[in-house]
Design a protein around this ligand. Structure first.
Ligand code: ZN
Length: 241
């Protein structure tokens, strides 16, 4: 799909309640990400937790080819009904790009089937995200690694299923490593989890991080393919008795 329609979802709570976050993302993390995607010419809308149906109505999702998800302090406030609706759309083929603390979102846990738990530390770590899948579409335009002067540390073990493709592995100054870019297929949908993006740091203003998110969106876009057919099936070659 050449021009996927993108919806950027954000919890949008830290930016209202924490001055340190508002200073970095005055219009919300979603608008920073949406602007970066829109600069590439794609059609983008945003949706946030406190909108009716969290901004993810049937119609919005029907018009969304790829959804990006950032959440942290209010995962439990996301209604199960909306989680099920997003889940269904992923199985039908909608792409999903899960960012940073979205690892603990209901939708990511449901798609993974594991706790998605990890180690973390909010101090003064630097992060180096190494490309471990050279040539993968998500690494288009990225060098050997991305260096972030400051980021929150996430460390292994990361309780996720074995990824279909491991794209980035992070190293942190504390000595930890982390699987920072992982790809899955669920039903007809593609899921990309990308680690960086702590709310008090300007990570989503970083052009390389924006590039990876855009690449992830393009990679996760739906593929035009036949519907999945299940159940009792007649032989295609006549009687098989
Ligand atoms: Zn964080």
């Amino acid at each position: 799909m050449d021009n996927p329609r993108v919806t950027v979802w954000n919890e949008f709570r830290h930016e209202k309640s924490h001055e340190s976050v508002k200073a970095v993302y005055p219009d919300g993390i979603h608008n920073t990400i949406a602007q970066a995607i829109s600069n590439s010419g794609l059609e983008v809308r945003t949706a946030t937790l406190d909108e009716p149906e969290h901004g993810l109505t049937e119609q919005v999702l029907a018009e969304t080819d790829v959804l990006t998800w950032w959440g942290h302090m209010a995962h439990q406030e996301v209604s199960d009904e909306i989680v099920n609706r997003v889940h269904q759309r992923v199985l039908e083929g909608m792409g999903l790009v899960v960012l940073h603390s979205g690892h603990f979102s209901k939708i990511f846990q449901k798609l993974m089937g594991t706790t998605c738990n990890l180690k973390w530390r909010e101090e003064n770590d630097s992060e180096r995200l190494w490309v471990v899948a050279p040539g993968h579409p998500i690494t288009e335009g990225i060098g050997e690694y991305i260096h972030l002067e400051r980021e929150e540390m996430y460390g292994e073990p990361f309780d996720i299923p074995e990824p279909d493709t491991l794209v980035f592995v992070s190293w942190f100054t504390g000595g930890e490593i982390f699987r920072s870019g992982v790809c899955y297929r669920r039903g007809k949908g593609k899921v990309f989890y990308f680690r960086p993006g702590h709310e008090t740091l300007p990570t989503y203003h970083n052009p390389e991080i924006q590039r990876v998110i855009l690449n992830g969106v393009r990679w996760a876009a739906p593929t035009q393919s036949a519907p999945m057919v299940f159940g009792n099936a007649p032989s295609l070659e006549g009687a098989t008795a």
